[in-house]
Design a protein around this ligand. Structure first.
Ligand SMILES: [Zn+2]
Length: 456
């Protein structure tokens, strides 16, 4: 089977055999890999091979096929969540089970296969996040160097993965070896990602809706690409609708979908708890919009609160602790059912794209949001007084004396804080004759523990 580059904008195309290309040489747009399919011999999937390379007949034919056990992920039938949403068929594709904990491993395997074939000595990821973590693992285990520049705010869990896999963090300088440069619109990444739908259609005969989080839109595009290939090969009758989800604080693709535009709407001041969805200029945005349109799909945004609730629900009901981006897809499901975009009889698949433990700070923030709502606000002085009283009972005067050793503070200020802590029920006075002695309450001990924990 011959594979070739294709530009969807200007129809430029060329064989992939000669050189590595990531953009159209004529118009600069993202490229995709297309195949000449012999319709008299539909592609066969190799049942003896595990993971993504069993779909080699619909992947570029590179001689080296790196693998760390990516793909073949578990399809959960979400028994408890389907009751919550009153859906007959709800499945969750658990992409956390890939080697580095995210679906991006599938793409990294194909990218590294391509880079080895074209003779590169290293891989340079131009973005951080899951892609960098995956590429680092696949590049270094294939004896290639790996470089990444974390331009955006680093997501620590993924940064640690990069470092432990042997990758190097560089600051805008050129790597010293000839590197294959990877952006989220890389055509070979999409080849790996699309194997998700191949697996789904081996497990389920018919799917009505696929719900996917959208950052750069590469996943939505890749799934659509995989579906088209199955359909062209005569292996699929009807395509499921692709439903893309973004955060309401950063929704360039959703906004374009709403307005019926064919390219993403730039967004300026964005922030969302779902770091993988914080993409102001989605590089596969145009292709994702096509995917939504041509599958009669849909796009919607969910708030950060809804994302947090989705994350908690998946963990509590299905034992899946996912990334916030994946949680957005579950949060969207609630709305889609309520608005009857999804019918109760539909067969729905939600993609859980990555593991929650990859970003412990986000989990901590979610816990903080919950706990701090129940925790009264006390400032640094209040906290210090609680600490002192947790060690010994003290007179108000002794508390003031002790604090003056640390900072300049007036007696009335200390009494003001003591009064406030008393009103909040965090400290109390001993009964007569020791009325002037303060003692920490059980509630005070609990609050102190929480505040100490979060200050780490
Ligand atoms: Zn072009």
């Amino acid at each position: 089977m011959r594979a070739y580059y294709m530009c969807r904008e200007c129809r430029w195309n060329d064989s992939i055999e000669k050189i590595a290309r990531t953009r159209c040489p004529r118009c600069g747009n993202a490229l995709s890999i297309e195949y000449e399919i012999d319709f008299s011999k539909p592609p066969q999937f190799n049942g003896k091979i595990a993971g993504i390379w069993r779909y080699s007949s619909l992947l570029p034919d590179f001689p080296q096929k790196p693998t760390l056990g990516e793909g073949g992920t578990f399809l959960s039938n979400a028994k408890r969540l389907r009751q919550v949403f009153k859906l007959k068929k709800l499945y969750i594709k658990d992409e956390r089970r890939n080697p580095t904990g995210a679906f991006t491993d599938r793409g990294a395997a194909v990218v590294v296969a391509a880079a080895l074939y074209y003779g590169y000595k290293g891989i340079w990821s131009r973005v951080g996040g899951n892609i960098a973590a995956s590429l680092s693992a696949y590049a270094t285990t294939s004896n290639m160097k790996f470089f990444v520049d974390f331009r955006e705010r680093p997501q620590l869990g993924k940064l640690y993965q990069v470092i432990f896999f042997g990758g190097e963090i560089i600051d805008r300088e050129e790597p010293e070896v000839k590197t294959y440069s990877v952006t989220p619109q890389d055509p070979f990444l999409a080849e790996g990602y699309k194997t998700i739908v191949f697996e789904l259609f081996e497990d389920l005969k018919q799917i009505d809706a696929l719900i996917v989080p959208m950052g750069h839109g590469a996943l939505a595009f890749s799934l659509w690409k995989g579906l088209r290939e199955l359909k062209n090969a005569g292996l699929l009758d009807e395509m499921p609708r692709i439903i893309g989800v973004q955060s309401s604080n950063c929704q360039p693709i959703v906004e374009a979908f709403r307005r019926g535009l064919n390219k993403p709407v730039e967004c300026d001041e964005c922030f969302t708890i779902a770091s993988e969805l914080l993409v102001k200029y989605p590089l596969r945005g145009k292709d994702a919009l096509k995917a939504l349109k041509e599958t009669r799909g849909y796009a919607l945004a969910v708030t950060d609160n809804e994302i947090v609730n989705g994350l908690k629900m998946l963990a509590k009901y299905e034992g899946l602790l996912v990334e916030t981006a994946s949680a957005a897809a579950i949060a969207a499901l609630k709305k889609l059912v309520e608005d009857k975009i999804i019918e109760r009889d539909d067969c729905v698949v939600v993609l859980a794209t990555g593991a929650g433990l990859k970003h412990p700070q986000t989990l901590l923030r979610i816990l903080e949001i919950r706990d701090l709502r129940e925790t009264p606000f006390i400032g640094r002085t209040g906290l210090r007084i609680l600490e002192l009283l947790s060690r010994e009972n003290m007179h108000g005067y002794a508390v003031w004396k002790r604090l003056t050793q640390e900072k300049n503070i007036s007696k009335p200020t200390v009494y003001y804080h003591l009064k406030r802590l008393e009103e909040l029920g965090l400290i109390k006075r001993l009964s007569y004759p020791n009325r002037k002695t303060f003692v920490i309450t059980n509630k005070g001990v609990k609050v102190l523990r929480k505040l100490r924990f979060y200050s780490y």
